[in-house]
Structures are given as C-alpha cells and as structure tokens.
Design a protein around this ligand. Structure first.
Ligand code: NCD
Length: 316
C-alpha cells in the first residue's frame, strides 16, 4: 500500500506551511488525526510514498525527538533527510542570516523543518521559502507538530478528545508545546485546567483566545485538580528561556509528580509529557498505568509521517 486515501473529504494540504496550530481548522485537524490512524501500520513496515523527496532539518536549538522523528518519518516513507542540528558548524557561524540560509536550502530540499530560538522565525522563513516550512519549535512561541501528536495520543489512548477534562501543568509561560496544545484543544468540547506557579502562568494572549471557546480553570497547585482530570500533561520548566536565573532558582523543582500526588487520581488517568523530563515526574511513576509519555514518542513518528505525506501531496 503506497497511498492512503480517505474518501469524502477534500481539504488541501499540499504545499502548505505548518507554522501555527491556529492556521488549522477543527476539520483539518480531525483529518490529520484520521490519516494518522491509517498511517500507523506504515510506521512499522515502511512505504515508498515519498521516494526521491528530501527533507532538510535546520535546528538552531537542541532537540532529540523532534528532529530525529522528522528524519525517521521521512526515511520510513522512502525519502531522505539532510540538515544540521548544530548551527555552530553551519554557515550561521559565519554570519549568514536565516533568510539567506532558507533561500539556499530550498534548492536542496522539498520541505524544511526548522527549529529556532526566535518566535517569529518559522513565519519569517515561510515568507522567503519556495518549499513548505514545518515549524519544529519557534522560541517560547509554538510547536504545532508536537500539539498534533499530543492530540493524536489523547485520541488513541482515550478514544475521544471532546468530553474530557484535561490539565496542562508546569511551565505554561515559556513552554511552547502547551501554547500550541491549548489552542488545538480549544477547538474541542473540553474542560481545561491550567496548573502552574504564579510566575509561569499561561501567556495572556493564549488564555484570552482559548477562554472565548472553552471553560478554563487556573490553579497554582495540582492538589485539587488531580482527582478531576482524565489527562494530565506535564511540562519541563524552560530554564533556558528565563531572563533572570534568580527567577528560575525561585521555582525550580516546584512541580513534581510522585506516586503520592497521584493518590486520588482517576483510575484511567493518563499522564503525558512532550519530554525531555528533568525532575517534574519522578521515575516511580513510569511503571504505573498512568504513564503514557513513552507511547507518545512513537506517535510523533506516525503524525510526522502523516504531515510530510500531506504537505508533499502523496496523500490528498
Ligand atoms: C519540547 C520543546 O522543544 O519545546 N520538546 C519536544 O519537542 N518534545 C519540550 C521541552 O523542551 O521542554
């Protein structure tokens, strides 16, 4: 099976950039989730759907999962991947700006996945690029492909998204995954709990947008929330994005999920985390039925295969 065709829906993905989750409608996101389900067997056995196509991964910030899963997804679809993960060794070091780098790399690749410390970088790159740009994380702003794989994980684990009570916990201010995920979840009929220290509360622009669509409760502690929710999405405190190290020192280690935290959790609670984890989920939780963060990693391959196939027109 080289092509996955789902009849009855005509949405256009070919040639599109993926910069923000906000660029996608509920119908489009549902379609991505549906295609991902059909893509699942190909993630195991492979395909030649994207034979001859090249992905460039330009990563100006550290990454393990996002870059490797983009590249693995491309290989699994029969394509190949080029790029750099260490901007220090690329011509960036010689002073080349992002726009010029994009105008060069578009000659070598059919699609570019970009991670950059500046929030507007992916949008800027898309303005210059002839080939589609996939945002693999833009500063503290957004991480749309992560949000899509998070939604897919929730759908796969819970069989639905609407009707759930979902908590996002940890660094809601600087964490880009929770910004994208909050926007995406606000398209569904869910109840959202935002749990963070005061200093790391959800950015106002995100909060204002999602509050118009879904009920949102903000809390500074998980205590009263943990027994309420079906999904607990935990994030790392983004130490590298703090303007002042003294601020980080104040809240370091303030969010930690242990077996004790989960005492009153629903039996079928699932815990997700975009990873990397530092100390916000203790290792003793890994062996419980709640922990789904390593399954979530696999879903990253599946969803990125879907996105590459859609953007490059192998699936209509
Ligand atoms: C996240 C990121 O880079 O934003 N990681 C990821 O892509 N899975 C989360 C983080 O760094 O904490």
């Amino acid at each position: 099976m080289n092509r996955v065709v789902v009849l009855g829906v005509s949405l256009k993905f070919e040639g599109r950039d993926i910069i923000s989750v906000k660029d996608f409608s509920r119908k489009e996101i549902d379609y991505i989730l549906k295609i991902s389900q059909a893509m699942e067997p190909l993630a195991t056995k492979g395909s030649d759907m994207l034979k001859g196509k090249i992905l460039a991964t330009l990563f100006y910030e550290p990454s393990t999962r996002t870059r490797l899963s983009f590249e693995a997804a491309m290989h699994k679809l029969g394509g190949s991947a080029i790029g750099f993960a260490e901007a220090e060794i690329a011509s960036v070091k010689k002073g080349e700006n992002l726009a010029d780098t994009i105008r060069v790399v578009e000659n070598y690749a059919d699609v570019i996945a970009l991670r950059h410390p500046l929030e507007g970088a992916a949008r800027l790159a898309a303005e210059f690029s002839k080939v589609p740009i996939m945002n693999g994380g833009s500063g503290a702003g957004e991480h749309p492909t992560q949000a899509l794989l998070d939604l897919y994980t929730i759908m796969k684990e819970k069989g639905k998204i609407s009707g759930l009570k979902i908590a996002l916990a940890g660094d809601l201010r600087y964490g880009r995954t929770v910004h994208s995920l909050a926007y995406a979840l606000s398209l569904y009929n869910i109840e959202l709990y935002l749990v963070s220290p005061e200093l790391l509360r959800m950015r106002r622009e995100v909060l204002e947008t999602i509050r118009e669509k879904i009920p949102v409760t903000t809390r500074t502690s998980l205590e009263k929330v943990v027994s309420q929710v079906d999904v607990l999405y935990v994030t790392r405190i983004q130490k590298e994005r703090f303007p002042d190290p003294a601020e980080y020192a104040k809240i370091k280690g303030s969010c930690k999920i242990t077996l004790e935290t989960l005492n009153r959790a629903k039996e079928d609670l699932i815990i997700l985390h975009p990873l990397p984890r530092v100390d916000e989920i203790s290792a003793e939780v890994d062996g419980t039925s709640y922990a789904r963060y390593f399954q979530q990693v696999w879903n990253g391959i599946v969803v990125r295969m879907t996105l590459l196939a859609l953007i490059l027109g192998a699936i209509k």
